[in-house]
Ligand binder design. Structure first.
Ligand code: SAH
Ligand code: SF4
Length: 361
């Protein structure tokens, strides 16, 4: 028994994992047995590791922990989307979502921070403010748990998107470690991992030089500095011209196209004239525009666009040679939009026990 903080097994790289068991005097096959329980079976307690000697189980129990994320709430949508709210060791809450697709893809959407410092006005996470960065292990564990559960059902986690709570490039180093681990340890190809950023230009430039084939998505949402600055405060620091120049560097360095995310807000970002401005801005850039009808949130009074206006927007972009798709909103019945489950759970907790509930952050 030791007084040291328990070692989080999910934070250990394969080398560190093997070394720990070697230092404990355990043979390699034991270390592999434990690895299988964690990464292939997704067990949540050491007592389930039935092929281990009791002494080893007890040592694991007292000196290590099976990740630091504990399930707080889970909801499953009519379309099969599963949304989880995780409680971190310090009580912070973060969300992950698993989306099954008809063609067999299984996509995990994971968080990189508790809250977000960027303050985009339409975003439930932005409305909460920033609590802290997640560690690489906390980011990795969200994907690893889904991967293990799917493997149990003879399915495979095929894609990961960093589009949950937080701004991945504000937590750049931990995100890059987690991405490299997902590739090496979960077997997810770089081309099947997407990082979405609000547009932190220095990190976009750095990312372009990493030599990775990871997909880059940029949350654009408006095509003039005036309109974008009103929605996305960081636009004042890195305006559109600098952002698009950084995207060109990424396309040139990686040979990959860049995706632009665009929330369709009725009467604001979905007008024909806005579509023409966007079309002229992106003309000639290897890119794709993902149009997402706004998910209404408590702190912003915009509404999603109607279908005919979304179709008109696509048509105008295509007339400029810019490919665009309207994305179906997944899990809309379970608050699967970024930050929305946490907001909803906290709202309900407050309604149930207004005088005792904790502050959001
Ligand atoms: N911080 C990163 C990634 C997380 S947000 C980023 O901003 O890119 C994932 C995506 O959801 C972003 O494109 C974000 O702009 C978008 N988003 C946030 N709130 C939304 C809402 N209420 N409706 C539609 N899209 C939203
Ligand atoms: Fe943060 Fe992204 Fe939400 Fe903006 S949209 S507040 S960057 S999570």
């Amino acid at each position: 028994m030791t007084d040291a903080a328990p070692i989080d097994l999910y934070s250990l790289t394969p080398d560190a994992w093997t070394s720990m068991f070697t230092e404990w005097g355990e043979p390699t096959y034991r270390s592999e047995q434990v690895r299988k329980w964690v990464y292939e079976r997704g067990v949540t307690s050491f007592s389930e590791m039935t092929n281990l000697p009791k002494a080893l189980r007890m040592r694991l129990e007292s000196e290590t922990t099976l990740g630091t994320l504990r399930l707080s709430t889970e909801r499953e949508s009519n379309d099969g989307t599963v949304k989880r709210l995780w409680r971190l060791s310090d009580g912070q809450l973060v969300e992950s979502v698993l989306m099954p697709y008809q063609d067999g893809r299984r996509t995990a959407c994971i968080s990189s921070q508790a809250g977000c410092a960027m303050g985009c006005v339409f975003c439930a996470t932005g409305q909460m403010g920033f609590a802290r960065h997640l560690s690489a292990g906390e980011i990795f564990q969200q994907a690893a748990v889904f991967a293990a559960e799917l493997r149990e059902r003879n399915e495979r986690l095929s894609n990961v998107v960093l589009m949950g709570m937080g701004e991945p490039f504000h937590n750049y180093d931990a995100v890059l470690v987690a991405i490299r681990r997902m590739m090496a340890e979960l077997g997810i190809g770089a081309r099947h991992i997407t990082v979405s950023t609000v547009g932190l230009v220095p990190q976009i430039k750095q990312f372009a030089k990493e030599g990775l084939q990871v997909k880059l998505a940029i949350s654009l949402h408006a095509a003039t500095d005036k309109a974008r600055g009103a929605l996305i405060p960081v636009n004042k620091k890195w305006p559109i011209a600098e952002l698009i120049a950084a995207c060109r560097e990424y396309v040139d360095a990686t040979g990959r196209r860049v995706s632009f995310e665009w929330a369709l807000i009725a009467g604001q970002t979905d007008t024909d004239s806005e579509a023409h401005v966007l079309g002229r801005l992106l003309r000639g850039l290897r890119c794709h525009v993902n149009l997402i009808p706004l998910n209404p949130t408590g702190g912003f009074d915009g509404m999603p666009s109607e279908v005919p206006q979304a179709a008109s927007f696509v048509h105008i972009l295509e007339s400029h040679g810019v490919p665009a798709t309207v994305r179906v909103r997944r899990g809309i019945d379970i608050e699967a939009g970024c930050g929305q489950l946490k907001s909803d759970v906290i709202k309900k907790q407050r309604q149930a026990a207004p005088e005792t509930s904790a502050p959001i952050d």
